[in-house]
Ligand binder design. Sequence first.
Ligand code: SF4
Length: 388
Amino acid sequence: MSTGRKGGRGQKTEDRENRALPLTTFPLPLSTTPLSLPFDPAEFSRLLLSWYGRAGRDLPWRQTSDPYRIWVSEIMLQQTTVAAVIPYYKRFLQRFPSVQSLASASLDDVITLWAGLGYYSRARNLHRTAGKIFAESGGAFPNSLDGLVALPGIGRSTAGAILAIAFDQPAPILDGNVRRVLVRLFAWMDDPRSSSAEKQLWAWAEALTSRERPHDYAQAIMDLGATVCTPRDPHCGICPVQRICLACDRGLVAKLPLPRKKAQVPVRRQAALIITKDQALMLRQRPAEGFLGGLWEFPSIDVPDGHGPDQVASRLLANLGLRGVPCRLCDIRHAYSHFKLELAVYMVDVESPELVAEGDGLLWFGGDELAALPVHGAHRKAYEKLGR
Ligand code: SF4
C-alpha cells in the first residue's frame, strides 16, 4: 500500500535516516519533565480518537468497565491474538464471573479452562491474584499503579491498561502494538527492547496519553497497532496519523521496528513413555509452581548428551518399577518460550499391570478423561499421534 505522501515507503532514504528530528517542545498532558516532540500530542490524540470513533473494534471486553473483566482480557491478550482469546474469554467469564468465584476455584479448574491458550503462568497468576484481592479487599480492585503492579502477573503496561480502561485514568500503556506504533511514529532507529528504548518509549507513551479521554485513547492506540500499523505491510494509506509519522515521512516503515539481536535458543532432548494398561494411559501432574505448573504429562526424562533415547526410556520404565519393551512411536519437536524440546516418544504395554502402583503423582486415565485433561503442548501432540 502506498503511503501517498512525500518521502513515503519505497523512496531512497539513506540521507533521511540520519536526519535530526524536527524537535519542538509542546505542553505535555502528563509528564512534569519537558520533552521535545516533533508534533503536538494534542493533535495526535485528536486524529487517533476521531479515527477510533469510526473504526474502533467491537470486542467482548469493550462492553464493560468492570476491572475484573478488563484484567482477565488484558492477561489473556498477552502474547496471544484477539481471535484466539475471544472464545477463552467468554468461557472463562461464564465459569468465573467475579473475583470471588475465581478466588474460590481450584487451580486445577482454572488450568483446565486455560488449556490450549499457552503461557500457563498467566493462569496461575490470575488465580493467585484473585485470591489476594479477595482476601485483602473483599474483591475490590486496586485503582492505583502501585496497588496494581504489586499483584502477581501485572506489569506496568497491564496496570496502565486497567487504570485507563476500567478507571478512566490517564495512565500510559506500552504493549506490543503500542510499542510498534511509537517506534514508527518517532522513527526509533535502535533495538526496540534495549533499556534506552524502554525509557524513551515509556516517555513518549506518557507524553501522548490523552488526559481528557484515557479510556478511549488506550483502546484506540492498541487498535491502531493491531489493525493499521501492523507488524507486516502496515496500512499507512488509511492511517489517521500518517501525516505526522516520521517513519512514513522518511520511508522507513518497512525497516521498523529494527530486528532484535537474537539469543541462541537452547535445545533439550527428552524421552517420554506412553504406558498403557488395557485402554488406560498413565500420566502425572507437574508441581503447581514452576514451568508448566499444574499441567499433565506422560512420564518423561532428560536424555543426557552422549546417550541415546532408547536406553534412557528403558531406564525410566525400570525406575517406575515396570517391565516391558518400549517401542518408538514418534518424535515431537516443540518450541517453548525459552527452549526447544526434542521429544522421543515410546509406547509400552506393561507386562504386569497389576503391580503398577499409582504413586509419585502417577495416575491412570481413560481416553475420555484424558481428552479433558490439561496436557501441555509437546505431550498433547504425542497423544494426538496415537489417533485415539
Ligand atoms: Fe504507517 Fe504506522 Fe506510521 Fe501509521 S503509524 S503511517 S501505519 S507506520
